[in-house]
Ligand binder design. Sequence first.
Ligand code: MN
Length: 479
Amino acid sequence: MDHKSGVFLVITDDTRLLSSLAHMKPRGMSLRIWCPNKASHLQTEVMNVCEILPTRKHRDQLLEIGDILKPQFFTKWHDVQPFCVILALKDIVKHAAVRALILGQLPEAKILTIRLGDSTEQSRKYDNDRELVLTWAELLNRPVKAELRHVQSTHFVNGVRSVLDGGDKIALLLQPDPDPDGLAAALALRTLLGRNKSSTPICAFGRVTRPENLAMIKLLDLDVHTIKPEDLGQFDRVALIDTQPSHLGIELPRIDAVIDHHPERHTFSAAYKDVRPYYGATSTIMTEYLNAAAIPIGQRLATALLYGIKADTLVLNREVIDADLDAFVSLYPKINYNILRRIEKPELPMKFAPILAGALKSMVLQDGVLVSFLGTVEREDLIPQIADFLLQFEDADWVVSAGVYEEQLVMSVRNVGYVKSAGEVVKRIITEQALGLGGGHRTMAKAIIPIAEWKQKFHSTSATSIRSTLLELFCAEAV
Ligand SMILES: [Mn+2]
């Protein structure tokens, strides 16, 4: 008897369940199968199931012949840890008797009961923490649902191809200021259609602005064209990805396909329409399409889709469904980790090192508020990156990282989370001072103030003056 690895003893009179379990052969776990000691139909059946093993010796190791209604059958497992009985007997009385014997004879053993063919039985964990009951429906539910989704996706793939394949030039239209989910889903649709960027460009009515999204475009070599609504006339087909007609706020000359996961507030029709508001990301839908069409997902596309799912589900923290998790898991082994890391944490230019050194030297801390001014920066995303970095210092409950970018004073505000809401604090400061724009969430906020406005109000744009003014404003509101 192996004392180190666990032993799972299967006690069942259902040979289909037994056969399934015997075929699973989980690694690092040993399986034993109960076989009745008296000659019976069941005994023959159990022996037959064990015929899958090549030798007599193996079969003998697998079988535990005995009477399960006798305590002695169980006492010999005393020293085996962990020990678990998978119990599924059709006769309820017999099931209860065996369960009682295990509970009494083996105080450490776990019992996993599988209820066969009883759809009313709820799965549950007993109070004693030793037992779990699973219903047959529950065991099958997840894999069967995944299979059904796969079949459904095959059907969807045919649909979208038949609508879009007829066009020479196809626009893949995203929301203005496209986000990672939209970009990845558009790239996936282009791959699904077997087209290239000149015949099937990714388009939007506004340019990409967020630094991570720009990093994604650069590192994954994506092409996004900023177009005007009337430019859609040049295309034979228009597909809306990760957005819907009502989100764009204008009447489009044509819409052939819509693939999205936002709720449909204003109903619309399109030759091809797949809107699934219960999905965490459009990238999940597209991953299913690609898998259903058996199209290999390369590293670049896998990285894009995984980042799309991560971004839209807040790293799977927002509500997600099985489909999002399955897509995530299927993509994960295929991605380029370096690229993903660089998208999420953009590199700092070497020229920035002396600026950062100066900012670290001159930063000011008072009442838990840490203010740092970077001067003029060549990339706006350097400001929030430094804010994130500075929040790691002890005693910093609040961080205000500021810098001048394109004639505007840009501020990134961070806090440790158990203080006032960063978004509200920033909004109050902006409103009270009647300056610029600002807002955000609990722990992150941003404000933008034209440098001319700042100068008019505070009479100076020297680094010292900006630091002390910001410190004063935030100490008054945040602390
Ligand atoms: Mn989305």
